[in-house]
Design a protein around this ligand. Structure first.
Ligand SMILES: [Zn+2]
Length: 404
């Protein structure tokens, strides 16, 4: 009897040891981040994360703002759901997640210049786990600049960039009478976007919504619908823009659900591109959307330039006119079905809308900072009726366009 109990206990123990692997895609088993911690003060800080298996690690320094970036193989960071690593000491912010296929990244924002004293991944004694350990000490501006300079010499700038454009399909010849629509679910991977009070993440909501919208669009008209991302992965603004342009698309719809300090603000907003923002709120929103590359630990890329060639200028003017038109139609269709914010047509300098030849809008479906909106943003019926209104607007827009 006792023996059977003991055998059973051993079996459970063995099974427990085998199970803490979580699969992301079907059949894909990723190394799992089990726990982590930050300790120390503003002179000396220790950061660690334990994994269930060994991963390749590379560390980099970055400036503007000063950061330490840790690139590792792809890992599952589920441990941190709802329990983020508390920044302390020299570390004022921690972001982590998938940055590209096969790669994850941890970005530590620094309180002041700091130097890596130790960075290692090693098996823990008496444990079946591996610890990535980082020790940093505060240093002065000059030493930090020298570290950056040294790094530039050895790895060049390219080591810091996310992979570029390799998910972009080459342009396909279109059948006459068919239109390509690119849907752009915002954020992804290491960049979660806004978080609701109930823990809802913008990146997940907008992806779900994009799937629903694609289904309705494809069933409703002669539309080929492409998504800039179909999984939880980071994409830089440049990658999104280049995806849109190389897809030879006829319409671009970026989908977001952000948060605002003004918790009472709720409802959907349609944004188009403009150099000068229509209002303060829109200006701040565009600033935060345009800074997602920073969140992911990328170098600040130069502004995607709109060439001031006269032909391009004419194209841009026509594109602006069509974007405006689509925004008018959208507001018209959406206002029958869902709640919009006051003055729902707004504009600002959103980097992602800067393809000169593709009309586009950025839709803020609602605000995760508002409790009622957060509920709606997770409601399938609300997704369906909103996607239905956008689909009707797309049909109306293209029938207007072919008559121009
Ligand atoms: Zn967003």
């Amino acid at each position: 009897m006792h023996l059977i109990h003991r055998l059973f206990a051993i079996l459970l123990f063995v099974l427990a040891g085998l199970t803490p692997v979580s699969a992301r895609a079907a059949g894909e088993v990723l190394p799992v981040a089990l726990a982590g911690n930050i300790a120390g003060d503003s002179a000396s800080t220790r950061f660690f994360i334990d994994f269930d298996s060994e991963l390749p690690v590379k560390t980099f320094y970055m400036d503007q703002p000063n950061r330490i970036v840790i690139d590792i193989g792809e890992a599952d960071f589920e441990f941190a759901n709802g329990k983020a690593l508390e920044p302390r000491g020299l570390i004022t912010d921690v972001q982590f997640g998938r940055i590209a296929k096969g790669r994850s990244r941890i970005v530590l924002t620094l309180l002041q210049p700091a130097e890596i004293i130790k960075a290692s991944m090693s098996k823990r004694l008496d444990h079946d786990t591996y610890r990535f350990l980082l020790d940093i000490d505060s240093t002065d501006e000059d030493t930090y600049s020298a570290l950056l300079e040294e790094q530039r010499k050895t790895i060049g700038e390219s080591g810091l960039k996310a992979h570029k454009g390799d998910r972009v399909k080459p342009v396909e010849k279109k059948e006459p009478g068919r239109f390509t629509i690119v849907l752009d679910p915002g954020h992804g991977g290491i960049d979660g976007g806004a978080t609701g009070r109930g823990g809802t993440q913008e990146k997940d909501i907008v992806l779900d919504f994009a799937f629903k919208l694609r289904e309705l669009l494809e069933n409703a008209g002669p539309f080929d619908v492409l998504l800039t991302r179909e999984e939880d992965v980071f994409m830089s603004l440049r990658e999104r823009l280049s995806f849109n342009r190389r897809s030879n698309s006829d319409l671009f719809i970026s989908i977001h659900a952000d948060s605002l300090r003004q918790r009472y603000v709720r409802g959907s907003t349609i944004y188009t591109l403009s150099k000068k923002a229509s209002d303060k709120l829109s200006e701040r929103l565009a600033e935060s959307e345009n800074s997602v590359d920073l969140v992911a630990g990328l170098a600040v890329e130069e502004e995607v330039a709109i060439v001031t060639d006269i032909l391009v200028d004419l194209t841009t003017r026509e594109t602006t006119r069509f974007s405006r038109r689509f925004s008018d139609i959208l507001v018209d269709r959406l206002s029958d079905k869902i709640r919009l914010i006051k003055n729902p047509q707004r504009s600002a300098a959103f980097g992602v809308l800067k393809a000169p030849e593709v009309p586009g809008v950025l839709i803020e479906l609602g605000y995760l900072s508002n409790a009622e909106d957060e509920k709606l943003l997770q409601d399938d019926a609300w997704h369906a009726k909103t996607a239905q209104a956008i689909t009707e607007a797309a049909i109306e827009f293209f029938s207007y366009r072919i008559n121009q």
